[in-house]
Write a protein that binds this ligand. Structure first.
Ligand SMILES: Cc1cc2nc3c(=O)[nH]c(=O)nc-3n(C[C@H](O)[C@H](O)[C@H](O)COP(=O)(O)O)c2cc1C
Length: 359
C-alpha cells in the first residue's frame, strides 16, 4: 500500500463523509490507496464497532467500507483513465446509486486480527471469516465496483471497475445516420425538360468503378426520368444555396420548372443525358449502372464518368477544399440543415497515435 489516500484528494466540499471524509473529525476516516493496478483499503475496527454480539462487526460498518472504498476506487480509476495522477486535480466524487450487501457469515472483530480484520487486499476486502457480497454502482458510469466472492483462500471481496455500461436509448429501426448529405439529382424528362430534386438518401458507394447511389421514391418525377434516360447528375450545393436546395425538395418537376423558379441554370452534361446545376460548385455526371428496388425507395447506382468543380473550391494541389466547398447536411430528425465543421486531423494518420498505445 503506497502513496496518498484517494479520500485526501476529494474537494473540501465533498470531504465530509462519516465513513471516509478527512474533514469529519468524528468519522471513521476510511482510506483507499493504489496498489499497482488495484486498490487497497485497510481498516482496523474498534471493539465498540461491533454488531449485536460483541466481537463481530456491525453490518453497517461492513457496508460502509464497501461503499467508501468503492466510491473512492471509482474516483481514482476515473482520474487514471483521464491520464492524470493523484494530486493533479481534485477527484471526482461518486456516490452510491445502489449498494447490495449480503452477509453470509458474521465478520469477527478479533482484537488481534481486528487491527487488520477488515482488510482490503489487491482491491479485495477480506473479512477473516466473514463473507460479504457488495455491489456498488456508480451513477455516472454505472460501474459495478464491489462484489464479494468466496474463494479457496476464504472469503474475499474483489473490487473492480467495469467498462462504462452502454446507456444508449433505442430509437427503433429508423433512417438515422449522420452526416446525411444534401444532393441535387438532375434529370431530363421524356420531353427533354430539365428537372432537379433534392435527395439526402445517397452517397459514394464504390471506388472502382467510381459510383454514387441515390435512393428515390417512385412517386418522384425524377424517378421515371432516370429510368428513361439511364443517366443523372449529382450537384453538390454550398451553404449559400440551402434555400434553393430546399425548394427543389418540396416542389415536383411534374408541373413546375424548378430550375427557372429557383433561379438556377440547367447545364447540359456533355457526357450523359442529364442536366446539372450550373451555380453549384461540385458536380458528378453519372450513367445508370444498377437499379435496386429496396421498398419505398429505388436505389440508383450511377457510375461517375466525371467530376466537375469550380476553380475557387480547389486547393493548391487541385483537390476539392471542403472548407471552400462548404457543403451542408440534412438532419432528418429535426428537419434541419447544418454546415460543415472544422478539420479535425489527418485521415490515415491520426489513428497511428492510438495504435502505439495498444498492445
Ligand atoms: C432535404 C431533403 C431531402 C430529400 N431526400 C429525398 C430522398 O433521398 N429521396 C426521395 O425520394 N425524396 C427526397 N426528398 C423529397 C424530394 O426531393 C421531393 O419529393 C421532390 O419534390 C421530388 O421532386 P421531383 O418530383 O421533381 O422529382 C427530399 C427532400 C428534402 C427537402
Amino acid at each position: 500500500m503506497e502513496g496518498e489516500a484517494f479520500q485526501d484528494h476529494y474537494p473540501v466540499e465533498f470531504a465530509n463523509c462519516f465513513g471516509c471524509g478527512r474533514r469529519n473529525q468524528a468519522g471513521l476516516k476510511i482510506k483507499s490507496y493504489w496498489d499497482g493496478e488495484e486498490t487497497v483499503c485497510r481498516f482496523a475496527p474498534e471493539p465498540h464497532q461491533c454488531g449485536g454480539a460483541p466481537g463481530f462487526a456491525c453490518s453497517g460498518l461492513v457496508a460502509m467500507l464497501i461503499d467508501c472504498h468503492g466510491a473512492a476506487t471509482a474516483a481514482a480509476a476515473k482520474l487514471r483513465d483521464e491520464g492524470f495522477a493523484l494530486g493533479d486535480k481534485p477527484l471526482a466524487r461518486f456516490t452510491a446509486a445502489s449498494l447490495k450487501v449480503e452477509y453470509l457469515k458474521p465478520v469477527p472483530l478479533d482484537p488481534v486480527r481486528g487491527r487488520r480484520g477488515l482488510r482490503d487486499r489487491r482491491g479485495a476486502l477480506r473479512a477473516a471469516s466473514g463473507s460479504v457480497v457488495g455491489v456498488h454502482r456508480v451513477p455516472e458510469t454505472d460501474r459495478v465496483i464491489g462484489r464479494v466472492t468466496e474463494g479457496a483462500q476464504g472469503p474475499r471481496v474483489p473490487f473492480f471497475t467495469e467498462r462504462k455500461r452502454d446507456m444508449k436509448k433505442s430509437l427503433g429501426a429508423n433512417t438515422i445516420l449522420y452526416p446525411t448529405p444534401v444532393l441535387l439529382v438532375g434529370t431530363y424528362d421524356a420531353a427533354g425538360k430539365p428537372n432537379v430534386m433534392t435527395a439526402a438518401w445517397g452517397g459514394i458507394c464504390c471506388s472502382s468503378p467510381p459510383c454514387v447511389a441515390v435512393s428515390l421514391r417512385k412517386a418522384t418525377y425524377s424517378h421515371g426520368s432516370i429510368v428513361l434516360q439511364r443517366a443523372f447528375t449529382v450537384s453538390v450545393p454550398s451553404e449559400k444555396y440551402a434555400a434553393a436546395a430546399d425548394y427543389c425538395g418540396i416542389v415536383s418537376g411534374k408541373r413546375a420548372d424548378k430550375f427557372a423558379e429557383a433561379g438556377l441554370t440547367a447545364v447540359r452534361s456533355t457526357l450523359v443525358n442529364a442536366p446539372y446545376v450550373g451555380e453549384f460548385p461540385l458536380v458528378l455526371e453519372c450513367r445508370l449502372l444498377h437499379q435496386f428496388e429496396l421498398g419505398l425507395h429505388t436505389q440508383f447506382v450511377g457510375e461517375i464518368l466525371d467530376v466537375k468543380a469550380e476553380d475557387d473550391i480547389l486547393d493548391a494541389r487541385g483537390a476539392v477544399d471542403v472548407e471552400k466547398l462548404k457543403p451542408f447536411f440534412f438532419a432528418p430528425e429535426s428537419n434541419g440543415y447544418y454546415g460543415t465543421g472544422r478539420r479535425l486531423g489527418d485521415a490515415f494518420s491520426m489513428g497511428k497515435a492510438v495504435k502505439k498505445k495498444g498492445p
